[in-house]
Design a protein around this ligand. Structure first.
Ligand code: SF4
Length: 112
């Protein structure tokens, strides 16, 4: 992983953080799960001049659109290209159950 890219403009590798890892897997750019192996795959596929910007763009994309738990595929510019590997077709919306009132008021009690 490289940190000299942003500071000095020296492309010595492709930064692979959680966003880059997740999105490259979803896009089918790598089948690896280990950051070092993902970086190796990306370095083999991308021209060196793209290494720095590619990571920044994917990190931004991962924060705004291709978020971990609920990617916004319906507004994603990569929608038509992306095989969405590992993305569930539609996740049910988790609803919060309303608390039922366990106590009754005096006026709700039925006289016996
Ligand atoms: S289409 Fe969906 S899974 Fe693919 S990159 Fe866009 S948001 Fe992520």
């Amino acid at each position: 992983m490289s940190s000299s890219g942003t500071a000095f403009g020296i492309a010595s590798g492709v930064v692979v953080d959680t966003h880059v890892s997740r999105i490259t897997q979803r896009l089918g750019l790598t089948a690896e799960r280990d950051a070092v192996k993902i970086e190796r795959d990306l370095m083999a596929e991308l021209p060196k001049r793209e290494w720095i910007d590619f990571s920044h763009e994917l990190i931004h994309h991962g924060r705004r659109i291709c978020i971990a738990r609920r990617p916004k595929c319906d507004v994603c510019p990569l929608d038509e290209l992306c095989p969405r590997i590992g993305v569930e077709a539609s996740r049910p919306v988790r609803r919060v159950k309303k608390k039922s009132s366990a106590t009754t008021t005096r006026s709700q009690r039925v006289p016996t």
